[in-house]
Design a protein around this ligand. Structure first.
Ligand SMILES: [Zn+2]
Length: 421
């Protein structure tokens, strides 16, 4: 019986050789582990998880224990080892060795809990899977992802074990739990599917004290919107019969956040091809849209894509295209024709704005204005998407601006977003 590791020896030879060093690396390492610690099938098997494909760690652990048991039996029969030397190994193997133990020592073995998991892994995998599945059914979730948080004490124990016994083919308890719970859920319910790339929900379980956190991934609905009436706001406030209220109802969601590339001014219309809009539907219980719920708003909202997506939304809007506004501008006193001429000759000027503590730099490409009355002008203004039109007119934290070019205090009466190109 070799308890210590062999010296260097060509691996194939020692595996095939028929001398005293016939034990493989697997049996030597497993024997050393069990000499020191009681381990359940899963926790022993996990130390060799990368060997053999298509088996569970429980299969691996059980197989290794059976081989070790036969090996020990052979050595006892050949009298190459004394039974006292294997007492602790047999106890640490657990119930699989008990018949042999009784016949060898003529007494009852004392049971010891698994050093790593305390013998709760199988039950934990079952309980966690059932708990998650219940939650999935409740919330109508089919595609899921499992996250596992393992108690630090257990992680340290396992890491120490790995370094002490130079284990190089093992996997972590966290990995095993993630995989096994995912597998079990799919066994229990054929409709459930583990999905790493676009899960509908992420379930994080803590081990060993089973605590479950569910995070339902937001549903993103991409669309275009036109606003043909002034005095309404697309993004709120929430009121009865508002678009938001109907989208929330339609998706059976808890909350809907609306993202639009521009500030949603209620006195502005959005015409032309319309503007992009993304509804971020939080904790939605449904994935299919009940279009009749928002049909009443179809003249202003046109939904074209539904997608579950994780991550930041910021990058979804292209901030570089120019937009064209029609703006009606009122100034405090008479606007001279030369001033309008000056505006109309303003091409490609660099603008700096400081809005919501952000420094924004962009270009106003072109301005074309004509006079309506002495102190009202109507202008078409083409500017970078990131610039704010209202501030460009009234001059608030913007330089230069229409008021500064005209040398008068001016402001917006109303405006229409006409086009993005
Ligand atoms: Zn265990």
């Amino acid at each position: 019986m070799v308890i210590e590791k062999h010296g260097l020896k060509p691996k194939v030879k020692s595996f095939m050789s028929n001398d005293n060093n016939q034990d493989s690396e697997i049996t030597i390492t497993a024997m050393n582990l069990l000499k020191n610690y009681p381990l359940c099938d899963r926790c022993l098997g996990r130390q060799f998880a990368k060997l053999g494909i298509g088996y569970s760690n429980a299969d691996r652990g059980k197989s290794i224990k059976m081989v070790l048991l036969m090996d020990i039996h052979e050595k006892i029969r050949n009298e190459t080892i004394e039974k006292e030397k294997v007492d602790d190994i047999l106890i640490n193997m657990g119930p699989i060795s008990y018949n042999f133990y009784r016949s060898l020592f003529g007494k009852e073995p004392t049971y010891k809990n698994c050093y790593l998991c305390g013998d709760i892994l199988d039950k934990f995998i079952n309980d966690a899977s059932e708990k998650i599945l219940n939650k999935m059914k409740q919330d109508n979730i089919k595609k899921f992802l499992i996250g596992v948080k393992v108690n630090q004490n257990i992680i340290s124990k396992e890491e120490n074990l790995k370094s002490t016994f130079k284990i190089s083919y093992g996997e972590s308890i966290k990995n095993e739990l993630k995989r096994e719970i995912g597998k079990r859920i799919q066994q229990l319910n054929q409709e459930s599917k583990a999905d790493f790339y676009s899960p509908e929900a992420i379930y994080e379980v803590s081990f060993p004290y089973l605590d479950l956190r569910e995070q339902i991934v937001s549903l993103l609905v991409y669309g275009k919107y036109k606003k043909i009436k002034r005095g309404i706001s697309i993004i709120g406030p929430r009121s009865k019969n508002s678009i938001l209220e109907d989208v929330i109802k339609s998706f059976n969601a808890e909350e809907v956040v609306v993202h639009v590339p521009d500030r949603d001014e209620s006195e502005f219309r959005t015409l032309g091809k319309g503007s992009s809009i993304i509804f971020e539907i939080k904790r939605s219980k449904k994935e299919t849209i009940d279009i009749s719920m928002i049909e009443g708003h179809s003249s202003i909202i046109n939904v074209n894509k539904i997608e579950r997506k994780r991550g930041q939304l910021n990058s979804l809007f292209n901030k570089n295209y120019p937009k064209i506004y029609r703006v009606l501008i009122l100034c405090e006193d008479k606007i001279e024709d030369e001033s309008i001429e000056k505006l109309n000759n303003t091409n490609n000027i660099s603008i700096q704005q400081k809005i919501n503590r952000r420094d924004i730099k962009g270009v106003v490409r072109e301005i074309k204005c004509y006079k309506i009355t002495n102190n009202i002008i109507e202008c078409l203004i083409s500017l970078d998407q990131k610039l704010y039109i209202k501030e460009f007119i009234n001059g608030n934290k913007t330089s230069p601006n229409i008021s500064s070019i005209l040398e008068k205090s001016c402001d917006v009466i109303d405006a229409d977003l006409l086009s993005f190109d």
